[in-house]
Design a protein around this ligand. Structure first.
Ligand SMILES: [Mg+2]
Length: 212
């Protein structure tokens, strides 16, 4: 049974926050302070119009995905790392987007030379990771698996629903990474794919079952 890598996309494989900030600046006269809190509290209207309510934050994200996805850029060394991992493991990209954004995401990644299965999810990623483990397992149980994400809450969710999965906290944007502490429920924090690759390969080589 081949090992399984389950990786997030935004701020792991593709840069997002810096491009979202540029778009908010250019089209909405909103300043976005990367790492200042959650997305809504990070935004400030330049006309002094007050705080951005959660509903408007979701609507702005809906304006970015999928219409502005072409602004996103590849995280350095991510494609090379996935290429190396694909020689020994299955790869699933688990991205928190609405289902109608799945094909745009597939095409966006393909343009960067990343062609792996894309699964869309909403909310905590633990249940989806548990389902993928069951799907990729056999009579011996689930495969050895690694989960990579920039959001601490998803590591907590995976720890709860699929505790045997090795969890790597990776934040590709340097500004965001500097503002964010290590996720308490991740096993490691590595923000550079050149170092993440050997860490992931070592987990696969260790062979500990995901159900451990
Ligand atoms: Mg992300």
């Amino acid at each position: 049974m081949r090992p399984l890598l389950i990786t997030d996309c935004d701020e792991v494989l593709l840069h997002m926050v810096r491009h979202f900030r540029t778009w908010l600046d250019e089209h909405h006269a909103i300043d976005f302070a990367i790492g200042a809190g959650d997305f809504a509290t990070s935004m400030t209207r330049r006309d002094g119009g007050g705080a951005i309510p959660q509903a408007e934050m979701w609507s702005l994200l809906g304006g970015f995905f999928p219409a502005e996805m072409s602004r996103q850029t590849l995280v350095p060394h991510a494609a090379e790392a996935l290429q190396a991992i694909a020689t020994q493991a299955e790869i699933v990209i688990l991205t928190n987007l609405l289902d109608e954004c799945r094909l745009p995401r597939v095409e966006q990644l393909a343009a960067f030379g990343i062609a792996h299965r894309v699964v869309c999810n909403q909310g905590g990623k633990g249940p989806a990771v548990a389902a993928l483990l069951a799907e990729h397992g056999d009579v011996d149980g689930p495969p050895v698996a690694v989960f990579v994400d920039d959001i601490a809450g998803h590591h907590e969710s995976v720890a709860r629903h699929a505790p045997g999965v090795h969890r790597l906290h990776l934040i590709a944007d340097a500004e965001l990474a500097a503002a964010m502490p290590a996720a308490p429920f991740a096993h490691a924090r590595i923000d550079d794919w050149r170092e993440a690759l050997p860490w992931i390969q070592a987990r696969f080589a260790g062979g500990a079952p995901a159900a451990a």
